[in-house]
Design a binder for this molecule. Sequence first.
Ligand code: ASP
Length: 425
Amino acid sequence: MKSTKTISLTNKIFIALLLGMATGLILYPMRENAFVKTYLIGFLFHFLGNGFVRAIRMVVVPLVLCSLVVGAAGIEDITKLGRVGIKTLTFYLGTTAAAVTLALIGGNIINPGLGVRVSDIAVGSVKVAESKPFVDILLDMIPINPVEALATGNMLQIIVFAILLGVALSLLGEKAAGIKKLFEEGNNISLKLVEIIMLFAPLGVYGLISKTFATMGYSAILPLFKYFIGVVIILLVHCLVTYQGILVLIGKYNPIKFFKKFSPTMMVAFSTASSSACLPSSLKCMQEGFGVSKSISSFTIPLGNTINMDGTAVMQGVATIFIAQIYGIDLTMGNYITIILTATLASIGTAGVPGVGVIMLGMVLVQVGLPLEGIGLVMGIDRFVDMFRTTVNVTGDAVCTLVIAKSEGEILEGAEAQKFEKAKA
Ligand code: ASP
């Protein structure tokens, strides 16, 4: 019963996505009409879309805290935590560096900035991220006040606090069994909340997509068409070749099965353009859809959601080449290496909310001496690019989780998996 329900929810979200695009495209020419502007775009779509995003973000902090505490408390062997940590970080950093490299190679083949007239592009205003010394970035991960970290939703601080709390619970064993149980129950409640909120995903997705297409000047894509298509193609290659290659060769997982199970989260990513809004659905999908253990998924998913942004790194790579070409600046081999390093770091520092990746692009441009005004050139169509790159961002976390779970024997397989699928049905 349940599996048909899941499939129908996936289809409902997909239909909502298509209907949202159609509605937005129809309304775009009428966007200045008072009724359309005030009641449809400004009220109905805004309420449906943002209401859904707010509801889903409401569960992010309790879910990450509870699931990470439960996950870390469940790992009896501390060395395993270290091993999983190192594997996960290696995977995340490695795939991000591969993503930028792919973007630079693809960018040089597509040449997104050649033949583009700056006068045809609607230039946006430029905001740039301030870059911090590396030591401060590391120190910032340690919360001096965990309550403040939870209240402000500082994900890296929450991750550090939750892991330590879980380790302490595990070391205390029976002496803290009550608190451990409390977090287990908190985790179950949070997952139930996600299930309830996801029932409204079709409405939320419809509202978000209608609003985006009705308000954003998609005609602005035309002068930037090569840049837009270039990013999308490279994202597709990264998703279909790099990820699926890893999944098949290392994870021994069927890619079609992967997309079938993970597509609801991918559609939420596409419509919200926010990784952090996808965290609850990603986590639920890994645990209840793929049968990955809590101790692995509750570590890899929140961490990946915060630091692993391959889609963002691809955009930063292509955008850098685009801007260099527009300004007629030749990039050297040294520049390319700098771009790979800084885009990898910039994507780690990118928050999982819409539009931050393009602001972090400033860090890359500064490092290679390109004009910051270049950001304004790509800003106009960034929302559309963001929808695609966010989808890749969350897909990378899921692929990593499956591969690590497989290597640790923490995913249900064979007869166990069949029993699990049957129990769900
Ligand atoms: N919107 C992206 C995300 O949430 C971040 C970005 O702007 O690149 O993953």
